[in-house]
Design a protein around this ligand. Structure first.
Ligand code: ASP
Length: 441
């Protein structure tokens, strides 16, 4: 299929899947301009604030079940696979390199460009001061009580950690529990199935939430524009540019360099081979929905089914470097916006938490934004504390989601190609189009 045709399909898919959110955004801007936040429009703003806050609460509602079930089945499925010993170590290594590079690029750019500074004027100084004190106290505590912090990560009562919303102790407990589960053999199957059901249900709920994204984005945008004028887009343009620049560095520099250094896979041939899948990723903003096409594109080019069927599905759930980039930039943006001092320790913590949070994301639209709550929570904040900033992030969220999903899918393809090359699981004649792929596998 020609590149023009592919672009048209991607565009149509983008409009079909995301049109309602963009309409919400446009209506929000219109209402914000027509009804500026003044005393005459108090009623309108009471309703808009209610809708916007309800949307944020609903998002928070699914974080715990999503994170717990994703980790549980992610680890349990890895343990199940016999291919783990053959491809597992390399897969882990490449995914780690890619994700660590992603958060390093993202935090470096965010500290350099300082996107949050241009939006700082939108924040009430009383709220900023409160949050600054809050984080400074949390950081000072962490600094002087390193052992206690480590101790607190081990939950004495996992249920209390769940009900207090302490995400890192919960993740530690669930990971240990999942590793134990996959070592216990067949008896664990029913429980793993329950978590698979919970995961499927949370995916469904998230899908529904994305339908609510239209009124949610409408209300949040109207409130922002109504309070601060259309200038808010100027205020967040630096944030969007930072995310896009980090995604571009990952796509155009990091992936090609990795392919060059660790394999003999030609970058352009690989990217051209999967371009159809990348277009669909852009249009749907969902790596899971794109997965069947990603597998087909790779297999068509002679990458063995053994590698594709093991690495790509795991990648579509665990490897989300585009999402990690978004989350790192978004949290640093919020911190800068609220005047929170970004010490090297805090930046490291944010980057590390973005790796954890992104790997708990489901490959569907919007989960990257949802699990930002996990990072904020771990550094002593929450989306409610930062309602104005969080609302701003939502104005351009869907477009950024479409772009980061392309990165998520590409990195899965790159790791698959690297492993296939290293393990002699790629037929270069098929890859270069000189023989039919069936003969290759
Ligand atoms: N939409 C992304 C994906 O499917 C996940 C996210 O960052 O929201 O890969």
């Amino acid at each position: 299929m020609g590149i023009h045709m592919q672009l048209i399909i991607a565009l149509l898919l983008g409009i079909k899947r995301n049109g309602h959110i963009f309409i919400g955004l446009l209506l929000g801007i219109a209402v914000g301009i027509l009804y500026p936040q003044t005393v005459e429009h108090v009623r309108v703003y009471n309703i808009l604030n209610f809708v916007g806050q309800a949307f944020i609460n609903i998002i928070q509602m699914v974080v715990l079940p999503l994170v717990i079930s994703a980790i549980m089945i992610g680890i349990a499925n890895i343990g199940d696979s016999k291919l783990l010993t053959k491809f597992g170590a390399k897969m882990f290594l490449y995914y780690s390199i890619i994700t660590v590079t992603a958060v390093s690029v993202a935090s470096g750019l965010a500290c350099l460009i300082k996107p949050g500074f241009s939006a700082a004027g939108l924040i009430n100084s009383e709220i900023s001061n409160q949050l600054q004190t809050h984080v400074a106290e949390a950081m000072a505590y962490q600094h002087h009580n390193a052992f206690q912090i480590l101790m607190d990560l081990i939950p004495r009562n996992p249920f209390a950690a769940v009900s207090d919303g302490k995400m890192i102790p919960v993740i530690i407990f669930v990971s240990i529990f999942a590793i134990a589960l996959c070592r216990t053999g067949e008896i664990a199957r029913p429980l793993i199935s329950i978590f698979e059901s919970i995961f499927a249900a949370t995916m469904k709920v998230t899908d529904w939430i994305m339908y609510l994204a239209a009124p949610g984005v409408f209300a949040l945008t109207a409130t922002s524009v109504g309070s601060f004028g259309v200038g808010v887009f100027n205020d967040i343009s630096k944030y969007a540019l930072t995310v896009i620049a980090a995604l571009a560095i990952q796509f155009f520099i990091v992936y090609p360099v990795l392919l060059k250094v660790f394999s003999k896979v030609p970058v352009f041939t690989l990217f051209a081979a999967v371009s159809e899948a990348l277009m669909v990723a852009f249009g749907t903003a969902s790596s899971s929905a794109t997965l069947p096409l990603t597998i087909t594109c790779c297999e068509k080019r002679g990458i063995s089914n053994r590698v594709c069927s093991f690495v790509l599905p795991l990648g579509a759930t665990l490897n989300m470097d585009g999402t990690a980039i978004l989350q790192t930039v978004a949290v640093i943006f919020l911190a800068q916006m609220y005047g929170i001092t970004l010490t090297p320790l805090l930046i490291l913590e944010i980057a590390f938490l973005a790796i954890v949070a992104s790997s708990t994301c489901a490959g569907i639209p919007g989960t990257g934004m949802i699990t930002i709550a996990l990072i904020l929570n771990a550094i002593g904040l929450s989306p409610e504390h930062m309602a104005v900033g969080f609302a701003l992030l939502f104005t351009l969220e869907r477009f950024i989601d479409m772009l980061r999903t392309v990165c998520n899918v590409t990195s899965d393809v790159v790791v698959t190609a690297l492993i296939a090359d290293n393990e002699n699981e790629i037929n270069y004649d098929a890859f270069n189009g000189t023989v039919q792929p069936e003969k290759a596998n």
